[in-house]
Design a protein around this ligand. Structure first.
Ligand SMILES: *Cc1c(COP(=O)(O)O)cnc(C)c1O
Length: 843
């Protein structure tokens, strides 16, 4: 990707590209033709960027193109919103601390039906379309699957013509940029708005004020009614930045509203008037810190005050915005739940529950019971994890400091819940009360955000069938007894527009030729290619496209790192956040096993394999970082070992992100989904890879189970202990040494990793990793699954040798994963949770 503006412009624009009237042109031509796009792009170059086309840089062409596209989206956006407003529609509000959007240009063009003409317009203006599109920085305002799910959902909501708004935070810095130095991960700031963000519209007129800190005064009003007052607060202003979300087909344009924090005038002036100029400026800086950076922790909660402030800030802004929109059309609070449904993406926005209570009671003077009926009537909560360490808890003292009034409300919710519902169900049972209490006893006491979310929601959902069953059995078992209809399943999905149509044009074109062009909106239509799975001519076309995608990725790797990889090898791909439960280290043990076999047995037969990794580790997660370094250091050795004739290569490009995933997924043969059974809630990377014709090697975990059901046992490689077996092993007292001592090959590779073979002269480089596998008790059972994993990898190798069989399996994967379109998921949310109907916005 070109990052410097100076080296951007490769060739001067064609002379003929000058606007017809020599530069004045028609500012209001927002037609969809190629000529209209050309005029618009040139106008923006001139009137938005103040540049002559002769010396505009490539990133300026990108900016001008985005503005030209945005004009068209905004027209449809305003039309959509006018229809929604006029019809007083019910809306869904998706609240998420993360949106992993990636790049927007190419997807917006496809969805808006502007792709060909814009590509041709740029070409005729003398620009290389792909290079211009490559100027865009990823909008990486999320960590991984949870944030990407939110982005896929926005795409599906608009595509299904559902009135919806996404709310989140306008982080100045998204997920860190990753570099490797001597194999170590180094984190650098992600300055994604470097070149500006032409997609967003800042709307200061819709700013909201949020209060924080302070204390609660308990007083009576003039009628003798108890009226707590939250005083001595700090005020921060939230300014919305709106991003248009265009559905496929382009009629409905919803929006994502991201809040940026600014100091409020009031807040500054107080200090300022007391003569404290520098203090005022300091306070201003504090306000703006709130939305400065995304917390880069994945799956583990961090408990930082600023993060609680972030959560409250965006939730409060969003609720006030929702209420403002409601009040524009309605005056009766009893109607609030008829027009609004809220979805909480994990517990991160769970503070919405006490905040909505506070707004209704303290600011709109509703009674508790009425407020509670409304709050519980509109909120719904999605759980994303079974890992206990990932469940958010906030200490009561911290809560009291930042949100004292909310703490009171949470105590009241808890007390009414325990004395009311729990007492009614289990009279006199104090054990049940302390088990279900939103407040966990201890020093300090903690607020259990997941319990608050369950109590305060209409529906609670898991994200894959297995995950939901495990929630019912374990994490929320007692809640499930209390509320038997609250917990439901909504298996995750991915948008086929980004994850096939846009990222794999070769395969998309082939599919369209065979089944027509309806599949991006009706992914089940891919079923039709299963009848061609045995057809030699179709197999050849399908696998030629795979090979071309592999070649393109090989070209990228060569340019990126100088490593040569062959497109004839098996491309074995594991791309996801680095986490012990995802077991990249199990993959590494397999690589070491093959490497040893090749070195010790000159006749060892295997297809050449390229192991491809993409992963960021949370900066504070030492063991995950040690695994990254181990992969990098093993790669250095293996890739340069002439004894193995290039049979194994390991590539680990830096800075895995959406744009990288879009290159890797179309090139993958094998999809590694090898989490410890019972730990991965769903996964969505597994769906993207299967859709693009990669075969899964996986455990019976998360959505792998459902992928297996869809593609059939003969088209997936399942291995390892099941959830029940994992439980049984653990309850017997798991000892990794039992496996280490009884499997000489396993022992050999772990000992090898412990030696300084991969880090000559540097001892104990991978001691943290090796000790976690042995002395540390191997909490994620790598050793228990190792032998079966290696065995099934041999099946993979055999299957790959049979080109016809592999091609058939790959085609069957693409053909049969239509279920995993996020359109199906969102359809289920709309029907079963939000009770939301499509609203047609005529083109
Ligand atoms: C899909 C995706 C994820 C989630 O991957 P899993 O394998 O489901 O954990 C994470 N990061 C990026 C960039 C993705 O595109």
């Amino acid at each position: 990707m070109t990052t410097k503006a100076t080296k951007s412009k490769k060739s001067p624009a064609k002379k003929t590209a000058t606007a017809p009237d020599g530069g004045k042109a028609f500012r209001f031509d927002v037609g969809d033709s190629k000529e209209s796009m050309k005029t618009s792009i040139l106008n923006h170059l001139r009137y938005t960027l103040a540049r002559h086309e002769e010396n505009a840089t490539q990133d300026e062409w990108w900016t001008a193109t985005c503005y030209a596209v945005r004009d068209r989206l905004l027209d449809r956006f305003m039309k959509t919103q006018a229809v929604h407003h006029k019809q007083k529609v019910r809306r869904a509000y998706y609240l998420s601390l993360e949106y992993l959007m990636g790049r927007l240009l190419i997807n917006n063009l496809h969805n808006a039906g502007l792709f060909e003409q814009t590509r041709d317009a740029l070409t005729e203006l003398g620009q290389d379309f792909n290079e211009v599109a490559d100027e865009e920085a990823d909008m990486g305002l999320g960590n991984g699957g949870l944030g990407r799910l939110a982005a896929c959902f926005l795409d599906s909501l608009a595509t299904l013509d559902l009135p919806a708004v996404g709310y989140g935070i306008h982080y100045e810095f998204g997920l860190f940029r990753q570099k490797f130095r001597d194999g170590y991960q180094v984190e650098l700031p992600d300055n994604w708005m470097d070149k500006g963000c032409p997609w967003e519209v800042m709307r200061p007129n819709f700013a909201q004020e949020v209060k924080l800190y302070g204390r609660v005064e308990h007083q009576m009003d003039d009628k003798g009614v108890f009226k707590p007052k939250w005083v001595d607060t700090k005020t921060v202003e939230g300014v919305p930045f709106d991003i248009s979300i265009v559905g496929y087909g382009g009629e409905t344009v919803n929006f994502l509203r991201l809040w940026g924090a600014r100091s409020s005038d009031e807040f500054d002036l107080d200090t300022f008037n007391q003569g404290g100029y520098t203090e005022a400026v300091h306070e201003k800086a504090f306000s703006e810190t709130i939305t400065k950076v995304l917390y880069p922790n994945d799956s583990t909660e961090s408990g930082k005050e600023l993060r609680l402030v972030q959560q409250y800030f965006f939730v409060s802004c969003s609720l006030r915005d929702i209420i403002r929109r409601f009040e524009a059309n309605h005056s009766d609070w009893s109607e609030f739940a008829d027009y609004n449904a809220l979805q909480l993406n994990d517990t991160h926005p769970a503070i919405a529950i006490p905040e909505l209570m506070r707004l209704l009671i303290d600011e709109y003077a509703l009674e508790w019971d009425a407020a509670w009926e409304i709050t519980r009537g509109v909120c719904n909560y999605t759980n994303h994890t079974l890992l206990p360490e990932a469940l958010e808890k906030w200490s009561v003292p911290l809560f009291e400091k930042v949100l004292p009034r909310h703490l009171e409300i949470i105590y009241e919710i808890n007390s009414r819940f325990l004395q009311g519902e729990v007492e009614a169900k289990w009279p006199g049972d104090d054990a049940k009360k302390s088990e279900l209490s939103i407040i966990e006893e201890g020093n300090p006491k903690m607020v259990r955000m997941a319990y608050l979310s369950v109590v305060g929601s209409t529906k609670v959902n898991g994200v894959a069938a297995l995950h939901t069953e495990l929630l019912k059995k374990n994490l929320f078992a007692t809640f499930h007894e209390l509320y038997p209809n609250k917990l439901i399943n909504m298996t995750n999905g991915i948008t086929p527009r980004r994850w096939l149509l846009a990222c794999n044009p070769g395969l998309s074109e082939l599919i369209t030729k065979e089944v027509g062009d309806g599949w991006p909106k009706h992914l089940d239509e891919l079923q039709a290619i299963s009848k061609l799975a045995d057809n030699a001519a179709f197999q050849k076309k399908f696998m030629d496209i795979k090979r071309a995608n592999k070649q393109a990725f090989a070209d990228f790797v060569l340019e990126d790192s100088g490593t040569e990889i062959s497109p004839d090898a098996i491309f074995d791909v594991q791309i996801k956040r680095l986490h012990e439960y995802k077991r990249q280290h199990l993959n590494l043990l397999h690589i070491l096993t093959l490497y040893r076999r090749l070195l010790n047995d000159p006749d060892y037969e295997m297809n050449p394999r390229v192991f491809i990794f993409g992963a960021k580790a949370a900066p504070g997660y030492a063991l995950a970082k040690n695994i990254i370094r181990a992969i990098n250091k093993v790669a250095e050795k293996v890739n340069n070992d002439s004894r193995i004739n290039g049979k194994i290569k390991i590539v680990f490009p830096q800075n895995y992100r959406i744009t990288m995933a879009e290159k890797m997924i179309p090139a993958a043969d094998l999809s590694e989904q090898i989490s410890t059974a019972g730990k991965e809630a769903s996964g969505t990377g597994n769906m993207k890879l299967a859709l693009n014709g990669a075969l899964t090697i996986g455990t019976l975990d998360g959505a792998n189970v459902e992928i297996g059901e869809e593609v059939g046992d003969e088209n997936i490689f399942i291995f390892g202990n099941t959830v029940e077996q994992v439980e049984a092993i653990k309850s017997k007292g798991y000892n990794p040494y039992d496996y280490y001592n009884s499997n000489w090959e396993l022992k050999a590779v772990i000992d090898w990793l412990r030696s300084d073979y991969f880090t000559p002269g540097e001892h104990d480089a991978f001691a943290p990793l090796c000790s976690s596998l042995l002395e540390g008790g191997d909490p994620f059972l790598c050793l228990a699954d190792y032998a079966d994993y290696v065995r099934v990898q041999e099946d993979v190798d055999k299957a790959f040798s049979d080109k016809k069989r592999w091609a058939k399996m790959a085609i069957m994967n693409t053909a049969r994963v239509g279920k995993f379109s996020s359109d199906r998921t969102i359809g289920q949310y709309a029907e079963q949770i939000w009770h939301l109907k499509p609203v047609q916005v005529e083109a």
